[in-house]
Design a protein around this ligand. Structure first.
Ligand SMILES: Nc1ncnc2c1ncn2[C@@H]1O[C@H](COP(=O)(O)OP(=O)(O)OP(=O)(O)O)[C@@H](O)[C@H]1O
Ligand SMILES: [Mg+2]
Length: 369
């Protein structure tokens, strides 16, 4: 059997852990025209599973006969891509109807405009789209638009303006976006985009540890691997419920134990260096470099504590800064999901071995001076 774990980004993995009822609820909510989920933002730090979640929702919603889903990506002309994708996804009957829209021509390559409107403007697309949505609405077809990794730029701004119009006119068109917390907060600075921010926020946090353990147990036992409960718990703890880490650890363990089919402490020790290197390279470096210098100081003060859960008081003392200053950075890092609050006045890192990563990073930087 092939390794069922897949530590690559953006694909629904073979070993997929359901986040409780979240997806079911979202799917149900989307059918309600007045649901706050009509516009929603899935957010969370790198590697928590935003793209996977979006893909899964999109896959599940089109199992219903009255839905189509259009997956858009930033970096292309969103309006043009929406026309093309809508055409592709809509099926034969609608394709015929779309072809009757004046001045446009669809081919296997997508939309083609007749000579007199060869330079499409925003309002050209707007006209075509509204026409298409009209035809869909008349037949009771609802559309989910997914938009991965939103960033504040002029393209999104234009798209948001158009979407807002559709929404105001009660078209059954839902919009689900994903974004890193820092990109989402940038949207606040633009008028049209604040409309997007009023949508439902879907925060993805860590996977449930018990579920991680059960899943490892099922996958490995079923494939004839020997592993004790104790080791399974250790593996779950090594991931701290971080989605990417769950795939990565499963993947490395599977490969390393392929011959002997025994997963024990010495095997975990053997793969740990590679596990850490992959985490560093693929996510931690990006996460750390997106922090501001003050965020980094806060994070370092936390890492230097001997405790896993660090009191804010201790951090304040190490930083030697007033409490409102420290509270401000605490809030920012909580928003970015780099830290979580464990108890009143206490925080801990969200990611596995992030403390070690920060300390190592600090040692390197010291070495340079
Ligand atoms: N529910 C889940 N169960 C198991 N594994 C998951 C789940 N969701 C995501 N993963 C795994 O986690 C990893 C990261 O997922 P994904 O690419 O969706 O994250 P992301 O939040 O979109 O990251 P980025 O911010 O870098 O785009 C992938 O390897 C994916 O297979
Ligand atoms: Mg992603």
């Amino acid at each position: 059997m092939n390794n069922p774990f897949n530590p690559s980004f953006g694909r629904v993995p073979a070993v997929f852990l359901n986040r409780g009822q979240l997806i079911n609820n979202v799917i149900q909510e989307l059918d309600n025209p007045n649901s706050p989920y009509k516009v929603s933002i899935v957010y969370g730090m790198r590697g928590v599973g935003k793209t996977t979640f979006l893909t899964e929702v999109s896959k599940r919603i089109v199992e219903k006969p009255d839905w189509i889903a259009v997956d858009l990506a930033m970096g292309s002309d969103l309006m043009a891509a929406l026309v093309d994708n809508l055409y592709m996804k809509a099926g034969n009957e609608f394709q015929k109807a779309f072809e009757s829209i004046k001045g446009v021509n669809f081919s296997a390559f997508g939309l083609q405009l007749s000579a007199n409107i060869s330079k499409p403007t925003f309002s050209t697309y707007q006209g075509i789209l509204t026409n298409m949505f009209d035809k869909l609405k008349k037949k009771g077809i609802k559309v989910l638009i997914t938009l991965d990794e939103v960033k504040s730029n002029s393209e999104l701004k234009a798209f948001a303006g158009y979407y807002q119009l559709l929404n105001r006119q009660d078209y059954p068109v839902a919009l689900m976006m994903t974004g890193l917390p820092e990109n989402i907060s940038e949207l606040q600075n633009e008028d049209v985009m604040t409309f997007l921010l009023r949508g439902k926020r879907i925060a993805l946090s860590a996977l449930n540890l018990a579920q991680v353990e059960i899943s490892y147990n099922n996958v490995f036992k079923k494939s004839g691997y020997q592993v004790t409960e104790d080791i399974l718990s250790k593996m779950a703890l090594m991931t701290m419920g971080y989605s990417y880490a769950f795939q990565l650890l499963g993947y490395l363990v599977w490969n390393a134990a392929k011959e002997n089919k025994v997963i024990d402490q010495s095997l975990l020790d053997e793969i740990k260096p590679e596990y850490l290197v992959e985490l560093d390279q693929n996510t931690y470096t990006k996460i750390f470099s997106s922090l501001s210098p003050q965020d980094k100081k806060f994070v370092l003060a936390m890492a230097q504590s001997s405790k896993h859960r660090v009191s804010i008081k201790e951090i304040r003392e190490r930083l030697n800064r007033p409490s409102n200053f420290v509270a401000n950075y605490r809030r920012r890092l909580l928003d970015d999901q780099v830290i979580k609050s464990t108890n009143y006045g206490e925080v801990a890192f969200t990611l596995p071995f992030f403390k070690e990563y920060v300390l190592r990073q600090y040692r390197f930087e010291q070495g340079l001076e």
